[in-house]
Ligand binder design. Structure first.
Ligand code: AMP
Ligand code: ZN
Length: 136
């Protein structure tokens, strides 16, 4: 299903123009309008899903396959030094557009960007408690 008021539904389905790098029946890959670095791309499914939790498994499989293929293409064509794959779910994780998308961010030495986190220092007991909460 497509969602009427969703900007990425409109872009993915060609109702709003975009700088398209790739398109097939199920996906469009576009250049991000507010790029973190040169060549920052977004993989958009044409069907609306708000986030990874809602994304059908077959679409997830295809989306990450496309991420792999386009990552190689970006590396070859843009000659980037590195590349981040980022996928945000929920406001707390930095999601601002609530239509699932994968960021492919080519990285260059000294591009001045920082995508990361401040490492914590959990004890072994804390790690065990977390492991148990997830697994048991
Ligand atoms: P996120 O914060 O993970 O939801 O990412 C949303 C991304 O979409 C940001 O990197 C924005 O720069 C980008 N963005 C928002 N609107 C547009 C648009 N109309 N065309 C291209 N990229 C967009
Ligand atoms: Zn949508």
């Amino acid at each position: 299903m497509r969602k009427d008021d969703c900007i990425f539904c409109k872009i993915a389905n060609g109702e709003i123009p975009s700088k398209t790098l790739y398109e097939d029946d199920s996906f469009r890959i576009i250049l991000d309008l507010g790029p973190a670095a040169r060549g920052h791309a977004l993989i958009l499914p044409k069907e609306h899903a708000e986030n990874l939790y809602e994304l059908p498994e077959d679409t997830a499989t295809a989306a990450f396959m496309l991420a792999k293929k386009m990552a190689s293409r970006l590396k070859d064509r843009l000659r980037c030094d590195g590349l981040n794959v980022v996928q945000n779910n929920g406001e707390a994780a930095g999601q601002t557009v609530f239509h699932f998308h994968i960021h492919l961010i080519p990285r260059y030495q000294k591009d001045g960007q920082h995508i990361g986190w401040k490492p914590g220092k959990p004890s072994s007991e804390e790690l065990e408690e977390i492991r148990a909460q997830i697994v048991d």
